[in-house]
Ligand binder design. Structure first.
Ligand SMILES: NC(=O)c1ccc[n+]([C@@H]2O[C@H](COP(=O)([O-])OP(=O)(O)OC[C@H]3O[C@@H](n4cnc5c(N)ncnc54)[C@H](OP(=O)(O)O)[C@@H]3O)[C@@H](O)[C@H]2O)c1
Length: 255
């Protein structure tokens, strides 16, 4: 992929990885639109990112997606890259029989269903654009679950599987399908963990993570696994029981 002259929509671009992607893509001469649920966060991002366009939109809301699509078709008809980055993480105690249903499945709705619905909605536009690409953001935890975040990891494993199928199905359309699997990255999302849950795991600065992503993207590396995410992928193939036992230690605090 070329790294300049694109029109890029990044879901969840008001903070963390999406924000840094927007910053680096803008620096390289791309048109960038970011979304998020919280208008205040979006306006803050707008003030920090010269030239960015912001649209308030929730990926878990199909009506919001329809409206977003119409707005993009009207205002940014040259859109050629969709980055499905929006996501949340929750630690959940599955032994608690009283968890509200909405909490239990929130990560499915946002991280997984949101990605699938966004791709479905934007396919007609991408099919007719120049150098089109979809980037689905999964995680190193797509390859080995961290049991303290059970639904998050299920959604990310599903994103990995879905990305393989999407790439196979879009093979002759010209739309390139990328999967970015970040390692533990320094963003607000880490606040969802207890310190013990991620003890000893290196945390990658967000600038470094996004630079690594852009390098892989430029080389058409369709599965971009950085740092610990690549190690988790390797371990899941060759030492699956060992690595799962390591990641299971954090549930001790729930028992
Ligand atoms: N940080 C890590 O260690 C790490 C590791 C692996 C993978 N990832 C993945 O990287 C992606 C970005 O995470 P991050 O670390 O940058 O987290 P973050 O700093 O919390 O940013 C998440 C972004 O997503 C937006 N968002 C959340 N729910 C949304 C929804 N329903 N609709 C639209 N936007 C929504 C948030 O804005 P609002 O809250 O205002 O909507 C925010 O802009 C996620 O998919 C995450 O799973 C992160």
């Amino acid at each position: 992929m070329k790294l300049t002259g694109n029109t890029i929509l990044i879901t969840g671009g008001s903070s963390g990885i999406g924000f840094e992607m927007a910053r680096q893509f803008l620096q390289k001469g791309n048109e960038v639109i970011i979304t998020g649920r919280d208008g205040k966060k979006l306006h803050n991002a707008e003030q920090q990112l010269d030239g960015v366009a912001i649209i308030r939109s929730d990926v878990s809301n199909p009506d919001n997606i329809k409206e977003l699509y119409q707005q993009i078709v009207n205002d940014f008809p040259g859109l050629n890259i969709l980055i499905n980055n929006a996501g949340i993480l929750q630690t959940l105690n599955l032994r608690d029989g009283n968890l509200p249903a909405a909490d239990l499945t929130k990560e499915i709705d946002i991280n997984l269903k949101g990605t699938i619905l966004m791709n479905n909605a934007f396919l007609p536009l991408l099919q007719h654009s120049n150098n089109p690409a979809i980037v689905n953001v999964s995680s190193g935890l797509a390859f080995v679950p961290l049991p303290i975040a059970p639904v998050y990891c299920s959604a990310k494993a599903a994103i990995h599987s879905y990305s393989l199928s999407l790439r196979a199905q879009l093979r002759n359309t010209g739309i390139k399908v990328f999967e970015l699997s970040p390692p533990l990255t320094e963003t607000g999302m880490l606040g969802g963990f207890n310190e013990e849950d991620i003890k000893g795991v290196p945390i990658m600065p967000v600038e470094e993570m996004v630079t690594g992503f852009l390098n892989g993207f430029a080389k058409d590396n369709y599965e971009i696994r950085l740092g610990v995410a690549n190690q988790l992928w390797f371990m899941s193939r060759f030492f699956p029981k060992f690595i799962f036992a390591q990641l299971s230690k954090s549930i001790n605090r729930l028992l």
